[in-house]
Design a protein around this ligand. Structure first.
Ligand SMILES: [Zn+2]
Length: 141
C-alpha cells in the first residue's frame, strides 16, 4: 500500500505554472496587497494552467495571514465539482521580494506539492515544496 503525502495532489514533478495576467491584476486591485486566493485550473504533465483564482477568508494578525481552513477546503471541493484542480495559493508581499518567508516555507512544508505564487512590487514568482523548496518556471500570459 502506498500513502500519498498529501490529500490534494497527484504527485510530484510540476515544473511550470501558467497564470493569466488578468487574474494577477484583478487580485492586486481587489486586495491592495492583503489577501490570499486559491489557484484553480488544470494540470497537463508537469504544467499547471491557472484558470481561476478565488479569494479565501482569513484574518490578519500582526502581519500574519491566518487562513480560514473551512473556507479553503470548501473552495477546493467546490472547484473539484466543476472539474478544476487545486493548484495552490497566491498571496502578496507588499514590502519584501516574491520569495517565501520562513513562515510561508513552514506552511509549504506541511502541504507538499502545493504551488505558491507570490507577487511583490518587484515581480512575481512561483514555488513548490516537495522534498525541498524549489522555484518553478512561471509564465504570465
Ligand atoms: Zn508570504
Amino acid at each position: 500500500m502506498e500513502v500519498s503525502p498529501s490529500l490534494y495532489f497527484d504527485g510530484p514533478g510540476v515544473r511550470r505554472v501558467v497564470v493569466p495576467n488578468s487574474i494577477l491584476e484583478e487580485l492586486e486591485q481587489e486586495c491592495r496587497w492583503e489577501c490570499i486566493a486559491i489557484l484553480l485550473g488544470t494540470r497537463v504533465g508537469g504544467e499547471y494552467r491557472v484558470q481561476e483564482a478565488r479569494r479565501i477568508e482569513g484574518t490578519y494578525v500582526h502581519g500574519v495571514f491566518k487562513i480560514n481552513f473551512r473556507d479553503w477546503a470548501g473552495a477546493i471541493q467546490g472547484a473539484r465539482l466543476k472539474g478544476l484542480e487545486y493548484i495552490g495559493l497566491i498571496h502578496f508581499h507588499a514590502n519584501s521580494p516574491p520569495v517565501p518567508s520562513p513562515l510561508d516555507a513552514r506552511r509549504m512544508a506541511e502541504c507538499p506539492g502545493e504551488v505558491w505564487v507570490i507577487k511583490s512590487k518587484t515581480g512575481v514568482r512561483a514555488w513548490v515544496y516537495e522534498s525541498e523548496l524549489r522555484e518553478l518556471e512561471l509564465v504570465v500570459t
